[in-house]
Design a protein. Structure first.
Length: 307
């Protein structure tokens, strides 16, 4: 593995990238990361040939390769972050395979995190056409939904996990991404817990990175079955983990409206596609999420009964 130079100002930055069938994107978008940062690539298993290609890429680039069963995005990131901490990194960065990140951008982002040791820090994420993609979102507790941006005084905010920087000490304090989401909403959960712990969210608008959203899905604009399923499911998993009983009831009662929004976000071209390809995973995800929330409520009631 290539020796990592010390970055001035005591900054020791590392980046964790979770790969699933996308080693070509990892190389395309992150090949210019130099020895200023420690790079860990966690390969969530998608096949023997992809694993071999990913391992070869890491050898060629001097990156740390971590083979993993497919435990999902959040737990894959957790594994990568633990390796970064073991390597002596004091600032940790996540980066999606389809996000272009240079050494200069990464070190600028990590430096901002080092200056804000109890914060999640994200760059301004834009599409290849320069349109805003990742901004400072809103968790509307009273409406049971998310907004990607906007002014909602008093509401907690959230940042996308496509690219985040955080001090290792704060990451350890928060316990990393919560398990059980598999994909989507892990970043909302982390953002919520960071603020609850007294931390802040920082959007570094002067650090601009390009994210080819959907690149890991072959560039398709239509959302996958898994996207629709897990966004519906994990909205309610988030409520079960983080909200009060009264707030959870609001999120349950707004599930119908959220289901309709999820079908709209699927970007299916016509009504037939939406009914046959988007509605089933939205319904199944909602039912799965309701089951998780109900189980959490029963456990909470039983726990109170034992006191």
């Amino acid at each position: 593995m290539a020796d990592r130079r010390e970055v001035p100002g005591e900054l020791r930055a590392g980046v964790a990238i979770v790969n699933y069938g996308s080693h070509a994107l990892v190389e395309q978008n992150h090949a210019h990361l130099g020895s200023d940062v420690h790079v860990v690539v966690v390969d969530n298993y998608s096949g023997a040939s992809e694993r071999a290609a990913c391992a070869d890429l890491c050898v060629r680039r001097g990156w740390e390769f971590v083979p993993n069963e497919n435990t999902g995005f959040g737990e894959g990131v957790n594994l990568g972050m633990s390796r970064l901490i073991a390597a002596g990194c004091n600032v940790l960065v996540t980066a999606n395979p389809d996000l272009q990140l240079s050494t200069e951008q990464l070190c600028a982002l990590a430096g901002r995190a080092l200056a804000n040791p109890a914060a999640l820090v994200a760059p301004q994420i834009v599409t290849p056409l320069g349109r805003p993609w990742g901004r400072l979102g809103v968790i509307s507790i009273g409406e049971g939904r998310l907004y990607t941006h906007g002014d909602h005084p008093g509401s907690p905010r959230w940042l996308s996990g496509a690219c985040l920087a955080i001090c290792a000490s704060f990451w350890q304090q928060l316990g990393g991404f919560a398990p059980g989401y598999f994909m989507y909403w892990e970043d909302v959960d982390l953002s919520f817990r960071a603020q609850k712990a007294g931390g802040s969210l920082v959007l570094a608008e002067d650090i601009r990175v390009v994210h080819d959203a959907g690149g890991t899905q072959g560039g398709s604009t239509a959302k996958s079955w898994l996207f629709t399923f897990y966004t519906c499911r994990n909205r309610l998993v988030f409520a079960a983990r983080n909200l009060t009983g009264r707030q959870q009831l609001v999120w349950v009662l707004t599930s119908g409206a959220e289901l309709r929004r999820a079908i709209g976000r699927a970007n299916m071209p016509d009504l037939g596609s939406r009914l046959t390809r988007a509605l089933p995973p939205a319904l199944l995800g909602t039912v799965a999420g309701l089951s998780r929330l109900l189980a959490a409520r029963v456990q909470a009631v039983l726990g109170r009964g034992r006191r």
